[in-house]
Design a protein around this ligand. Structure first.
Ligand code: UFG
Length: 337
């Protein structure tokens, strides 16, 4: 059974991928500092609590661990915060990645899967976006992702580090078995915020921007179910372990929905009304982000299973109900988030 290190494996996308890795017969070991991940999200996988900013710890772990590959999910992800505190993003996202890559090289591990983002494209010149679209990130978060992709290319050329950079579009939804879901604090993403408002927790959904050049004036995004994202990691890993070449691959559906369309679909999925109000645009939000998925299908043999908007919303809603029910139970609190 191949052992793989999953940095950030207790987070949203990482934890769903750990589940798919186990299902596919791998032995994932989760490495996470639990700053935004959750202890219980590691599922039945071994969890090593530690920080990627500690190069000695990660160096020892990789040298002694007998790992065949590294998957790197650990990252700060808030675009807005990255404008306000770019130092945090450069220091954190770059340093952690360089430490992890260095440790992998020192330990002779030459297979690496990297969580990149559609944010590397910036304001797209054409959609759907193909992988050869020029990179021009418009926020520090996206710039850290583009920089790490470049480091990976250089390390491949010099040291033979085989890697796949997976550029996620909008990850959404929850584990169809109801075991895992999205738990960001604070939550900035559209779908969980829509569902919170639908649940009647007192929040009003802000619709950020109603004057975009789209059919209804709100921004269009390509929502991809987190379990479909997870299965792409397993395919990418197998490809590299079988000797495949390094690649950069979009993970999206090639189908976009506006904020208003998401709200309407959420009202249908939940049977509740979503209280909302129009607000100004958020800084740096592109009007439309839409992935070409042709390469993921061709190179990885990837097929979408859960990414229609109805399934995304139903699984996210089931998770929301489970989570909020647990919080309300006596002693439920926020412990073990
Ligand atoms: N939105 C709202 N109200 C909210 C939250 C979001 O109207 O309360 C809007 C946003 O303005 C955007 C759309 O809903 O138009 C989706 O917003 P998200 O925050 O859910 O996702 P983003 O597209 O902004 O961000 C995602 C990833 C980032 C990544 C970015 C660019 O979460 O990590 O795509 O690729 F950087």
């Amino acid at each position: 059974m191949k052992k793989v290190l999953v940095a950030g494996g207790a987070g949203y996308i990482g934890s769903h991928t750990v589940k798919e890795l186990r299902r596919a017969g791998f032995k994932p070991v989760v490495f996470d500092n639990l700053s935004s991940g959750h202890r219980d999200a590691a599922g039945g996988a071994e969890l090593i609590e530690g920080d990627l900013r500690d190069p000695d710890l990660i160096g020892r772990l990789l040298k002694e661990g007998g790992f065949s590959a590294v998957l790197h999910f650990a990252s700060l992800i808030q675009v807005g915060e990255s404008f306000v505190d770019p130092r945090k993003y450069y220091e954190h996202n770059l340093r952690t990645s360089l430490n992890l890559l260095g440790a992998a090289l020192d330990a002779g591990v030459r297979v690496f899967i990297f969580s990149s983002s559609a944010a590397v494209y910036g304001l797209p010149r054409e959609t759907p976006i193909r992988e050869d679209h020029p990179l021009d990130p418009v926020n520090p978060y996206g710039r850290t992702k583009a920089m790490i992709e470049q480091v990976l290319r250089d390390y491949d050329r010099a040291y033979g580090l085989k890697h796949v950079s997976l550029r996620y579009f909008n990850a959404a939804g929850a584990d169809p078995d109801g075991e895992l879901g999205e738990r960001h604090h604070p939550e900035t993403h559209l779908i969980p915020n829509v569902l919170r408002a639908a649940a009647g927790d007192g929040s009003i959904l802000g619709v950020f921007g109603t004057d975009f050049p789209t059919a209804d004036g709100t921004a269009v995004r390509d929502y991809i179910h987190v379990t479909d994202l997870a299965s792409a990691h397993v395919l990418a890993l197998r490809r590299l372990l079988d000797g495949g070449s390094s690649e950069v691959i979009n993970l999206g559906t090639n189908r976009g929905y506006s904020v208003r369309e998401v709200i309407a679909a959420a009202e249908k999925a939940t049977g509740r009304r979503v209280p909302r109000e129009d607000r100004p645009r958020r800084e740096g939000d592109p009007p439309i982000l839409l992935a070409s998925k042709e390469k993921a299908e061709r190179v990885l043999g990837w097929r979408l299973r859960f990414s229609d908007l109805g399934t995304i919303l139903e699984t996210a809603w089931a998770w929301h109900l489970k989570e909020s029910g647990e919080r309300k139970r006596p002693g439920g609190g926020e412990a073990g988030r």
